[in-house]
Design a protein around this ligand. Sequence first.
Ligand SMILES: *Cc1c(COP(=O)(O)O)cnc(C)c1O
Length: 435
Amino acid sequence: MTPNTDRNEQLFERAKALIPGGVNSPVRAFRAVGGTPRFVQRAQGAYFWDANGKRHIDYIGSWGPMILGHGHPAVVEAVQRAVADGFSFGAPTEREVELAQEIVDLLPSVEMVRLVSSGTEAAMSAIRLARGATGRSKIVKFEGCYHGHADALLVKAGSGLATFGNPTSAGVPPEVVQHTLVLEYNNVAQLEEAFALHGPDIACLMIEPIAGNMNFVRAAVPFMRRCRELCTQHGALLVFDEVMTGFRVALGGAQSVYAKAIAGFRPDLSVLGKVIGGGMPLAAFGGPRAIMEQLAPLGPVYQAGTLSGNPVATACGLATLKEIRKPGFFDGLARKTAALVDGLKSAAAQEGVALCADSEGGMFGFFLLDALPQNYPQVMKSDSQRFNRLFHGLLDRGVYIAPALYEAGFVSAAHSEADIAETLAAARDVFKAIG
Ligand SMILES: *Cc1c(COP(=O)(O)O)cnc(C)c1O
């Protein structure tokens, strides 16, 4: 037998012996699509090179953070300067204040923020704060939305609205999710029923305003309006999980998109991550002063972190935000993303492949379906076998999209028109094969 010279396969074999599934986050293992994950050697701009030295056009960008592309010179320089001054102090720094100021300036709903290290931590802390601030226990979430892997959020719908959720992970006791109510996304009737039944006990409703963890599904404007009205009416907090959409779909996040459609719209709390760290472990949650002051050391809600507001991560985040604040940045990014999505639609139509797609700012999704889904069950009607053939066809041609049909895609400022054209040529080829 000839020895296997594929470096990705070699590394995956070693990794599997040492790390569960060979990966440090499950979706990276390619379990949904089959095959061998690409081990990244290095990345620059819109590309990464795998362990075999093969170049890929990257439409994942670390699942969103790399909005400038990989290795943007201004960001690299800021990080290098920060590293030279020390990695971590466990004491406050000027850059934390600067980053807090940036977030407050960009999001009108936020008067104060707390910096943390991951989206999971930010969402978990926002829920604790909502419960502490309202003195209530129950939380509402939606099927198909992901808010990190805190125990209370790993839950699926129970048998009816009077009952609460069931854990979706082993190791989560049923009692821990007994206060979590899981509803269908974009279902106004269910939302109204849930508040009619449980309104006085609901601490918060947490939502991905444009859901990027069931591919790409927008909350319809009338649905979002009803979320806002019911929360206000019942004294519950509306929590926007903008870990993915924040500084990605627009400079002001998805909340700025909904504020254009709904007069005076704002969420109560916002959860941020991904882009604000520019690829470093950094996340945040924020909201009005009166609520945020419930946090320790001022208030009774405990929350802390040894590496929170890390000086290297804040330097990376600040340098990233500085670039995306430049005039015209989001117009250019949105145009490019729309060109990709429109190109995919017309290439599919030419080859007789049913495909629909949507995008906002630098985030996009496409489905091998006739119409855009409105909720998780509709997303899951996608033909996964065909998606897998599409995925591997693109991968073979050096185009790297998410290895699962329920994930969004991301375009960066570094993607050129030539990259988009190369992607569309590859897609047309693959559509022919799967047509
Ligand atoms: C990625 C993500 C999270 C979790 O963030 P981590 O940094 O992976 O813990 C939470 N919410 C949303 C909407 C996300 O996309």
